[in-house]
Design a protein around this ligand. Structure first.
Ligand SMILES: Cc1cc2nc3c(=O)[nH]c(=O)nc-3n(C[C@H](O)[C@H](O)[C@H](O)COP(=O)(O)OP(=O)(O)OC[C@H]3O[C@@H](n4cnc5c(N)ncnc54)[C@H](O)[C@@H]3O)c2cc1C
Length: 258
């Protein structure tokens, strides 16, 4: 049996394979095609709802497929295998004074898992995390290994981002990076009906890099009040401050407001 992080919808599966290398993965996919077996792909299994694995499938556990392949400081990119977590990437790039262009509320997820659900970040200048992928290597459902970009006529990226693993296995990605800027945090309380004007003003302010907001679910201010959190770029760079470890993912999930 397997399930996602919620543990609510367990499903019987044929087995879990801890992924070792590309040749092995290719063999598994080709064999599954010949035998008519289903394959599911799993990262950290935090995407919940029971739709991420098939009954009687072979589950590919991508967490062991997690090497950093290349860091290009000059062009500000990193090539990394899809089972690595965002935290693994941050640890690798921080000594170079580099940072991810878009980050989620937590860095515990795998790259393959986040891109497959088309995860969003808090950055108000860029779109979803997938927007920072320059190139990607995938294993197609027929067992071919392809390196793809946005300019390809086959448009694999369009399907794979947000494709929940249905259009192939992401093997590695080349991500665009940025300078590791130092932000300060500004928080404020607002009435919900003030938010539209607040956000419009924020978009005109070049110094605000990231932003999120949470609407009150307390009985006495339900949906009428909210708080906002802005991350303001100080213009200072940071190479040295040690990265903090992620805690409280479960509490974050209970709150459920990314
Ligand atoms: C506390 C918390 C905070 C969150 N914050 C955010 C947030 O800020 N923004 C946001 O958008 N989401 C957020 N989420 C949702 C979370 O980002 C997604 O659920 C994400 O997919 C989890 O990654 P994972 O490694 O657990 O993926 P999994 O749950 O393991 O997989 C997700 C999907 O991707 C597929 N998949 C996994 N690896 C691959 C691969 N290598 N190739 C192809 N398909 C693959 C799986 O089959 C599955 O369909 C949050 C979730 C939690 C619990």
């Amino acid at each position: 049996m397997t399930t996602d992080y919620s543990g609510l919808l367990p499903e019987r599966i044929k087995g879990i394979i801890k992924v070792g290398n590309r040749t092995e993965l290719q063999k598994i996919v080709k064999e599954a095609n010949e035998k008519g077996h289903h394959i599911s792909t799993a990262g950290l299994q935090h995407s919940q709802g029971g739709h991420t694995y098939y009954k009687d499938s072979v589950v590919l556990d991508m967490k062991t497929f997690n090497k950093v392949l290349e860091i290009d400081k000059q062009h500000k990119t990193i090539k990394v295998e899809s089972g690595a977590t965002w935290e693994n990437v941050q640890e690798a790039i921080q000594p170079y004074g580099l940072a991810l262009k878009v980050t989620q509320s937590q860095s515990i997820f795998t790259i393959g898992g986040s891109l497959s659900v088309n995860a969003h970040g808090r950055d108000i200048q860029f779109g979803p995390m997938a927007g920072t992928v320059r190139e990607m290597t995938i294993l197609t459902p027929t067992g071919e290994i392809k390196t793809v970009t946005r300019n390809d006529s086959e448009e694999w990226m369009k399907y794979v981002f947000g494709g929940y693993g249905l259009f192939g296995v992401i093997l590695d990605v080349t991500l665009e990076l940025t300078e590791n800027d130092f932000y300060t945090i500004h928080t404020d309380e607002l009435k919900t009906n003030e938010y539209e004007a607040y956000f419009a003003k924020l978009l005109k302010n070049d110094d605000t890099s990231m932003h999120y907001a949470r609407v009150s679910v307390a009985p006495n201010s339900f949906l009428n009040e909210m708080y906002v959190i802005d991350y303001i770029n100080t213009g200072k760079k940071d190479h040295q401050t040690p990265l903090k470890k992620e805690h409280g993912a479960r509490i974050g999930k209970l709150a459920a407001f990314f």
